[in-house]
Design a protein. Structure first.
Length: 501
């Protein structure tokens, strides 16, 4: 199971099967009467006490997280507490979920009347490497642990075998009869045939993409010149208070000469200014977002140098503005200003960029039809990307395979109905109309259709569907009304956030 520094297995997939008799001496010699409770299943407490399924799962996860913990310990000291806490929280959370599975599955098996034989428990004990000596099971090594530890070990194995009985009966065991697992839910041949046929046909494409981030400076400059007033920059200071009456009192004192504007800055909230009262965002379009009323905006931007405004209702609070200098007309040869204009277009007029590239892509598609896709790519200075064959698969369901992730221009395509409909409606050799997809406008050409063997697909589908069954069962169990999950509260109450290894 793949792990990251923060997650010791992000998904529980029959997690108790990964806890096969890892024997580690007790967490603590705490009696169950005082054991910390992390939640309940069907009214039964899930306790952190020696020998409980929860405690055993914690120990197993701790053991499997040694490499993650080593990476945390190699971090700068100031980061270690945070990441160690996150790592241990995930350990306890996964262990709680494992304990819920254990309790639920154990209850179901016990209700059936089945239980492991004493001989079966013994067979498991003699296979535990902890008790090996010279390559074989050693009674001496087994007797070296305390009687209470031997009792807890037998109890743990007993619970594990019960859990395995449930897992094998419901989901199938590793033992095969032909191609089928012994026991467990089976997939009907008709179901496998249907799914295999759905994913059998795959299509490959040539793709050309026009990235909206490459919107040219000439267009940006043209837009700026058409909307100069938006990018005029004003030199302003501001005093902002939350209460309108208080703002009017401060303005009266300034006008009466009782205090200066600079003195009044001490009353100000710094919603729009730096510590010296200077406005942070002073392009006209930025001021418009702070000053909702157009008449107020016009009055503020018309202030003469050193003049002070009245009290103005702003987006947050009530403000008094002072003009510190002349407005600066935009110079669109300045690279920083061009970046500002481009950001403005992307946020407030993004349709303009889409229309620009849709127009280019439409011309490209026409050229691809008449001159060929490769020739059109050269003509429009874009790369021809060969897309490996994939099946029509909305949402990237694992049973059908996914859209090739290495083709970054197709990011988001799996849930884009417009793309899937247009791409999978093409005839062989046909070129699509432009498709807006994420940050690109793309054009695709169908280059081939292949049909995989359904027999090969069916061989892997049974395993995939079994995994779906297990995932569905886990989700249903962990979201059941029978589960009371108090891991967050209990973890921060009983487990040290900076617990050492």
């Amino acid at each position: 199971m793949k792990k990251t520094i923060l997650f010791v297995g992000s998904v529980i997939i029959l997690i108790l099967s990964a806890i096969t008799f890892i024997f580690i001496p007790a967490i603590a010699q705490t009696g169950t009467a005082n054991a910390p409770v992390f939640g309940k299943y069907d009214g039964k407490a899930i306790e952190l006490a020696q020998g409980t399924p929860f405690a055993n799962a914690v120990l197993s996860y701790e053991d499997s997280a040694k490499a993650d913990l080593a990476r945390v310990n190699a971090m700068p000291q100031e980061q270690q507490d945070y990441y160690r806490t996150m790592l241990y929280y995930q350990i306890y959370s996964n262990a709680f979920n494992a304990a819920v599975h254990n309790l639920a599955y154990t209850a179901a098996v016990k209700k059936s009347g089945w239980e492991p034989a004493t001989q079966q428990i013994a067979r498991e004990i003699v296979q535990i490497p902890r008790f090996f000596e010279n390559g074989a099971f050693s009674v001496r090594q087994y007797n070296s642990i305390s009687e209470s530890d031997r009792t807890n070990l037998k109890k743990s194995i007993y619970n594990q075998l019960i859990w395995e009985r449930f897992s094998d009966d419901v989901f199938g065991s590793n033992t095969k009869l032909g191609t089928e697992s012994l026991f467990g839910i089976k997939s009907a041949d008709a179901e496998l045939d249907f799914i295999a046929k759905q994913g059998a046909e795959k299509r490959s494409f040539d793709l050309a993409a026009f990235d909206k981030e490459s919107y040219p400076d000439t267009e940006v400059t043209a837009y700026g010149n058409e909307h100069k007033e938006l990018f005029t920059k004003f030199a302003l200071s501001v005093i902002t208070l939350d209460d309108e009456k208080e703002a009017k009192d401060v303005l009266a004192k300034i006008e009466n000469g009782e205090i200066s504007f600079a003195d009044a800055l001490s009353y100000s909230e710094k919603y729009y200014s730096n510590s010296e009262g200077k406005m942070n965002a002073t392009y006209r379009y930025q001021l418009a977002s702070s000053i909702p009323a157009e008449e107020d905006l016009t009055a503020v931007t018309a202030l003469a140098k050193d003049a002070t405004s009245g009290v103005v209702a702003t987006a947050r609070g009530f403000s008094i503005f002072r003009c510190d200098g002349d407005a600066v007309e935009p110079d669109f040869t300045d690279a920083a200003l061009k970046d500002t204009v481009k950001s403005y277009i992307k946020q407030n007029d993004s349709g303009l960029i889409e229309e620009y590239f849709l127009g280019i892509a439409k011309n490209f598609a026409a050229a691809a039809v008449t001159d060929g896709f490769e020739s059109a790519c050269k003509q429009f200075k874009t790369e021809r990307i060969a897309v490996p064959a994939f099946a029509l698969n909305y949402g990237n369901a694992s049973v059908y395979g996914s859209i090739p992730s290495e083709v970054t221009q197709l990011s988001g395509a799996a849930t884009n109905e417009n793309f899937l409909e247009k791409a999978f409606s093409l005839k062989n050799g046909e070129v699509s109309q432009p498709i807006l997809l994420g940050n690109n406008v793309i054009v695709v050409k169908l280059t081939g259709v292949q049909t995989d063997s359904t027999a090969e697909n069916k061989s892997s589908l049974a395993s995939d569907l079994s995994n779906y069954d297990q995932s569905a069962a886990q989700y249903a169990l962990l979201t059941s009304d029978k589960v009371e999950n108090n891991v967050s509260q209990a973890f921060f109450k009983y487990v040290s956030p900076s617990r050492s290894n």
